[in-house]
Design a protein. Structure first.
Length: 139
């Protein structure tokens, strides 16, 4: 059984330092799932990645993507581990993150002040504007 997430639950989940799973489509039509850090703004999900990553080639060839962001609760007395999840389908746009603005913002979400890192490799910004968002919790 599932229920819709409340707006406050969606906000908490998207602000948590949990990993998103980004699904891309290979040339044969098979999905590939990549765990990746993200940042949600008012209307889009943002990720950055090194330029040579295979998921960027798949997005370039087919920008349709899927995302799942989820958290499982502790084991209950009834043997269940309920979860909260946000599932997204959308279209990805790739642009250079030349000034590391998005990389720095995403790293700060997950690492805080420890997020500083040498800037010696080119990063690509992946922006996903959702076509559909489903936010549910198991009960």
């Amino acid at each position: 059984m599932v229920r819709a997430l409340l707006d406050v639950e969606i906000t908490e989940l998207l602000q948590a330092d949990t990993v998103a799973r980004l699904a891309t489509i290979d040339p044969d039509g098979y999905p590939h799932v990549t765990p990746i850090w993200f940042l949600w703004t008012a209307d889009a999900f943002h990720f950055t990645s090194y330029r040579d990553r295979p998921h960027l080639d798949r997005i370039h060839a087919d920008p349709r993507v899927g995302l799942v962001i989820d958290i499982e609760d502790e084991l209950r007395a009834d043997g269940e581990r309920p979860n909260r999840q946000v599932r997204v389908t959308g279209d990805a746009v790739l642009t250079p993150d030349t000034d590391y603005l998005w990389t720095d913002r995403i790293r700060a979400k997950y690492l805080g002040a420890a997020g500083d890192r040498p800037r010696n490799r080119e990063r690509i910004l992946i922006t996903v504007r959702p076509r559909e968002i489903v936010a549910v919790a198991s009960v």
